[in-house]
Design a protein around this ligand. Structure first.
Ligand code: SF4
Length: 253
């Protein structure tokens, strides 16, 4: 991605750019590379490609969508407008997982719309991702909890098989859990989010690498933590690049 475009995305996210300084005899002078926005390798923006789902997988996706729309496995079905399965290409390398649909998502049937969705999109674009081309977005819960309360354990237990099925169909190379609720439920822990950031976890039978960061709705309320979220995104991108590079090296040997 061009440095200027990355700069625009970071400004959209709300991260103030600062310039790395180099000490010289007369004081400090700016270095040429903005430290908050390292130039990505030219391949990054194009290296997150996705392929279309196979016909049989497309049928399974449709069945899954219908199951979620008709689902009455937990009481949330009685208060939701509609079940929200997810959005994005069906074989994306990246899977972003949030908590549950909010009011706008419940109304429109798509996860992460509204202000939090716009911030998530900007965060993703900052590392060369786009929900229309190379990232799939879903939630742990497919139905909105009333008044956006936290999901209850029994609701998560009832709904998680849908997400597990989504992951089996997607086969993402990396997962990004956004927010405490998503991270704790996916990892089966009550550890605070701060202790889950900055390292690679693994999820499910395929041991898919999973990185944790803040929920964009939290970042809208707490903009001071946007820089930490940016560090998480860069970390996730580096994990993905190592994975894909390792796979490419393996194929060549
Ligand atoms: S939250 Fe999940 S389990 Fe509960 S009704 Fe919605 S789709 Fe079904």
């Amino acid at each position: 991605m061009l440095p200027e475009r990355r700069r625009q995305y970071l400004e959209t996210i709300g991260i103030d750019l600062w310039v790395k300084r180099t000490r010289v005899a007369s004081g400090v002078v700016p270095a040429e590379t903005p430290a908050a926005a390292p130039a990505a390798p030219a391949a990054v923006a194009t290296a997150f490609g996705a392929v279309a789902a196979a016909p049989e997988a497309a049928i399974e996706w449709q069945q899954l969508l219908e199951q979620v729309r008709r689902c009455t496995l937990c009481p949330l079905h009685s208060t939701r407008t509609q079940g929200v399965l997810g959005v994005g290409p069906k074989r994306a390398d990246w899977l972003v997982i949030g908590e549950a649909p909010g009011a706008e998502e419940d109304r429109r049937g798509e996860p992460f719309v509204g202000a939090a969705g716009q911030l998530l999109d900007a965060m993703l674009r900052a590392i060369g991702l786009d929900r229309r081309t190379n990232v799939y977005i879903a939630n742990v819960l497919k139905s909105r909890p009333p008044n956006n309360r936290d999901p209850r354990p029994e609701e998560v237990e009832a709904c998680l098989p849908y997400l597990v099925r989504q992951i089996a169909l997607l086969q993402p190379k990396i997962m990004l859990a956004v927010g405490r609720i998503a991270a704790q439920n996916l990892l089966g822990t009550d550890a605070p989010l701060g202790r889950l950031r900055g390292r690679v976890h693994h999820f499910g039978e395929r041991q898919t690498p999973l990185v944790v960061t803040y929920h964009p709705a939290y970042l809208l309320r707490t903009p001071a933590d946007k820089r930490k979220a940016w560090e998480d995104l860069k970390f996730a991108r580096s994990v993905y690049q190592q994975l894909t590079q390792g796979a490419a090296d393996g194929n060549r040997s």
